[in-house]
Design a protein around this ligand. Sequence first.
Ligand SMILES: C[S@@+](CC[C@H](N)C(=O)[O-])C[C@H]1O[C@@H](n2cnc3c(N)ncnc32)[C@H](O)[C@@H]1O
Length: 157
Amino acid sequence: MVRQLRPRTIYIGTMGVKEYRATISKHVRPDDVVLEVGCEWGTTTDLIAQVAPDVIGTDISPECIERAREMRPHLRFEAIDAFDMPALLGLGKSFSKIYVDLSGFSGYASLLDLLSLLNMYTYTLQPEAIVVKSRSLKTFAHRCIPWRGEPEAEDAR
Ligand SMILES: C[S@@+](CC[C@H](N)C(=O)[O-])C[C@H]1O[C@@H](n2cnc3c(N)ncnc32)[C@H](O)[C@@H]1O
């Protein structure tokens, strides 16, 4: 029997930048390799770097990346679209944690896009955890209960 790959990635939904950054002390360890997607000028990337020095910040905006590099020359920043998997894989890192903060991705209208992005990261980059700043994801997660069912139902899958 061929067993399907089941990554153990967990998603942590946060609302607002305060919550997003508050996760660092709980979820980031010094030996983590971290990617921040949507880093803007690198404020959160810098906070992550104070716990886990092996961090890269990425953003779709070359202007933001230029400013991040000027403000924080000790950190690595790259201009990459969050959906450009070849470019993210090309960074050549095995990320254990991924932080995602994309403008326009907090509302319900973008939830499907966000879920597909999370799924893509889960199966290609296989991090332990993805921390997301998204009001809709956090609200959605609150409403979800995974049905455990009967033991036979689990076996039948
Ligand atoms: C709210 S800002 C990020 C703030 C930053 N994470 C922090 O904590 O300081 C959102 C960023 O998402 C970036 N962004 C939007 N769409 C993107 C995409 N498809 N790929 C990468 N970055 C994107 C924007 O350029 C913007 O800089």
